[in-house]
Design a protein around this ligand. Structure first.
Ligand code: KMH
Ligand code: ZN
Length: 310
């Protein structure tokens, strides 16, 4: 795919509302951002569910369904649901979205790891927080292990096969590529593989060009360049734009959005669609055209929006 696939990760489970007033968390806000991002060039919308009252990440399937339906009503972009969830959710909580709502695309996280955002808590005083859960959430991540054992990865893969949901493999470190290679050999992974390099999470590999090329070299050796396609996440600013610009140059694809980064420029808070507009602008400078949802559905071999469960 010469054209650029842009994913907009609207909200995630890491950014807290206190960090930015632009973080969408009600179904209406998420649908509005999805529509604006799709208009700006995003072909994939990556979705987590949040409690509409206080923005706390949730694995409530009713709320998840409301969000998915609201987004589907406003755009034909591909919806990629998280199965990564958030701190405190069990693997069973996280995977439930697959059998319940049967999405076209869903994340599949490829290894257990430390996953922390506790340094963000240092930016705020107690009285700054908008909601009671936020401070403990941020600070608690210092002691969090993101659980993705081989048994649970296998379970997630089998659930996705049952609903013909295509996995987007999230790899946060080199070892996760080896885990994926093992699962491929076990017959649990179909090619071509859709990989998301997650660069710059505290607990994973950093977001530098050296690290990205190391991930690419490893993926090339393990899978062969013809057997996978890749996109990249850079966590934080300016990593989001550094990593996505590298992907534009190297023939990869780009994920932006408030899940991973809240800044448009240094010190300037972004809305989701402004992050999409910026990466589309940069892609234009490098003569990478932007892929449409229809082109991406065909490229990734997705089952189509008419076959989802929402
Ligand atoms: N939260 C991101 C660093 C998922 O949702 O399963 C990676 C992610 C994974 O988006
Ligand atoms: Zn996510």
């Amino acid at each position: 795919m010469k054209k650029l696939i842009v994913t907009a990760a609207l909200t995630g489970a890491v950014t807290v509302p206190t960090q930015t007033p632009y973080l969408p968390y009600t179904p209406e806000q998420l649908a509005e951002d999805a529509e604006l991002c799709a208009k700006a060039g995003a072909s994939i919308i990556h979705v987590h569910a949040r409690n509409p009252q206080n923005g706390a990440p949730t694995s409530d399937m009713e709320i998840f369904g409301e969000i998915l339906k609201a987004i589907k009503a406003r755009t034909d972009a591909i919806i990629c649901t998280t199965t990564g969830g958030g701190v405190g959710m069990t693997p069973a909580d996280r995977v439930r979205v697959v059998p319940t709502w049967k999405p076209e695309l869903a994340t599949c996280n490829m290894g257990s790891m430390n996953f922390s955002v506790h340094p963000i808590a240092r930016r705020f005083k107690d009285e700054d927080y908008k909601f009671a859960w936020e401070k403990a959430w941020l600070e608690g991540s210092e002691d969090f292990i993101f659980p993705n054992t081989f048994a649970s990865i296998k379970h997630f893969m089998l659930e996705m096969r049952k609903t013909n949901t295509r996995p987007e493999f999230e790899v946060y470190d080199v070892g996760h590529l080896y885990n994926l290679h093992f699962m491929l050999k076990e017959g649990l992974v179909d090619t071509p593989i859709w990989l998301q390099f997650v660069m710059g999470v505290l607990g994973g590999i950093r977001a530098t060009l050296y690290d990205l090329t190391h991930m690419l070299d490893t993926a090339n050796r393990l899978f062969g360049p013809e057997n996978y396609n890749w996109s990249v996440i850079g966590a934080g600013y300016p990593h989001q734009f550094n990593m996505c610009t590298a992907a534009i140059m190297l023939g990869g694809h780009a994920r932006v959005g408030l899940e991973d980064n809240i800044f448009l420029r240094r010190g300037v808070l972004a809305r989701n669609h402004e992050l999409v507009e910026k990466i589309v602008r940069i892609a234009g400078e490098f003569d990478r055209e932007i892929a449409t949802p229809a082109e991406v559905r065909e490229f990734l071999g997705l089952k189509g929006i008419e076959n989802v469960g929402f």
